[in-house]
Design a protein around this ligand. Structure first.
Ligand code: CA2
Length: 147
């Protein structure tokens, strides 16, 4: 069975509890349930993780090699700063979908830069929590019919 790692970065554990005007009312637990429902529909297995620590995210990306067929990554603020995450993605040679709840290009200038984008298969942003099932579909479609 195909298996995807859905990896969430810093502060995303706070979703639904603060700044609902930016990030909505949906909690990360709600999003995890949405992802499991979509995975069941498509006959996939998913592992859903969150960490506030850059090193733990690097470790999770390394561990995905041989364990998962692809990664969906919302790296949070590390998206805009982390050469370490970019290098980890390059090293594992797995397809990675970069995901954001908000449209990072419609926000502050410092969010326009992504260290993940150059090593990602594609990017989904601006669709809120609905972006997660969209990313699962996109990754599944890419692996079924690459190119
Ligand atoms: O839009 C996204 O998904 C982001 O990855 C979210 C990050 C932000 O730094 C990126 O630029 C875009 C921030 C996640 C913080 O989530 C919070 C949730 C509730 C309250 C405060 C922060």
């Amino acid at each position: 069975m195909m298996s995807f790692l859905i990896l969430n970065g810093p502060n995303l554990n706070l979703l639904g509890t603060r700044q609902p005007e930016v990030y909505g009312h949906t909690t990360l637990q709600d999003i995890e349930a949405m992802c499991h429902a979509k995975a069941k529909d498509l006959g996939l297995k998913i592992t859903f993780e969150q960490s506030n620590s850059e090193g733990a995210l690097v470790d999770a990306i390394h561990a995905a090699r041989g364990a998962h067929n692809g990664i969906i990554l919302n790296a949070g603020a590390y998206t805009h700063t982390s050469v370490a995450l970019m290098d980890a993605i390059s090293s594992v040679e797995l397809p990675v979908v970069e995901l954001h709840l908000s449209n990072i290009h419609a926000r502050e200038e410092f969010r326009h830069r992504s260290y993940i984008a150059p090593v990602a298969l594609g990017i989904i942003c601006g669709f809120g929590a609905a972006g997660y099932p969209l990313a699962i579909e996109a990754l599944n479609g890419h692996i079924a019919a690459p190119g």
